[in-house]
Design a protein around this ligand. Structure first.
Ligand SMILES: [Zn+2]
Length: 184
């Protein structure tokens, strides 16, 4: 089996340019978004483009610096057209590879925020972020608290009430658990 370099700039499966992880890898908080935005492609790092504003600002208000968190993307790169069976299978392999990489990166993280319905559905099993703002655990992660939240694109065009409430809860849980440990 070929050795897959996790730090390569192109997807080892299909050759498309990868969007790299951002923020600080040492953080105990990890933020997972579905796909990178076009504004991320310029910097080559996820959540480093202008689209991150709603999340960056709302986290800042709650005393969490987004760039001090580990920032990762579930999609490794732009989603290609998946109209044919071959293309769909190819995309499945790209996703599998990026998921394996993401799980390695999540090792040792205490708190994980799943942004958007696709990420939340995959890692927490709830569709359409019906679990928004509820502290949960995931079979995929050793993290003591995993939370789902609406997508950034959603709050950019809609009211951000639920999004803000969920971030209230997320930051409360993080600070409480950092202070007192995992005693719920
Ligand atoms: Zn690929």
């Amino acid at each position: 089996m070929a050795v897959v370099r996790l730090d390569s700039k192109e997807c080892p499966e299909c050759g498309m340019p990868l969007v790299g992880y951002g923020g600080s890898r040492k953080s105990d908080i990890m933020i997972i978004v579905g796909q990178a935005d076009e504004s991320d492609f310029e910097s080559g790092k996820v959540l480093h483009g202008s689209w991150n504003k709603p999340l960056y600002q709302e986290l800042s208000k709650r005393k969490i610096d987004m760039y001090s968190c580990s920032l990762v993307n579930y999609y490794p790169h732009e989603k290609p057209s998946t109209r044919t069976k071959v293309a769909r299978e190819q995309w499945e392999r790209c996703l599998k590879l990026s998921t394996d990489k993401l799980l390695k990166e999540a090792d040792g993280k205490r708190f994980i925020l799943c942004v958007g319905s696709e990420v939340t559905k995959f890692f927490l099993g709830y569709g359409d972020v019906t679990c928004s703002g509820i502290p949960l655990t995931s079979k995929f992660f050793s993290a003591e608290m995993v939370m789902g939240i609406q997508s950034i694109q959603y709050v950019s065009t809609n009211s951000c009430g639920e999004f803000c409430l969920a971030l209230d809860r997320f930051s409360e849980e993080v600070f409480k658990r950092r202070k007192y440990g995992n005693n719920k």
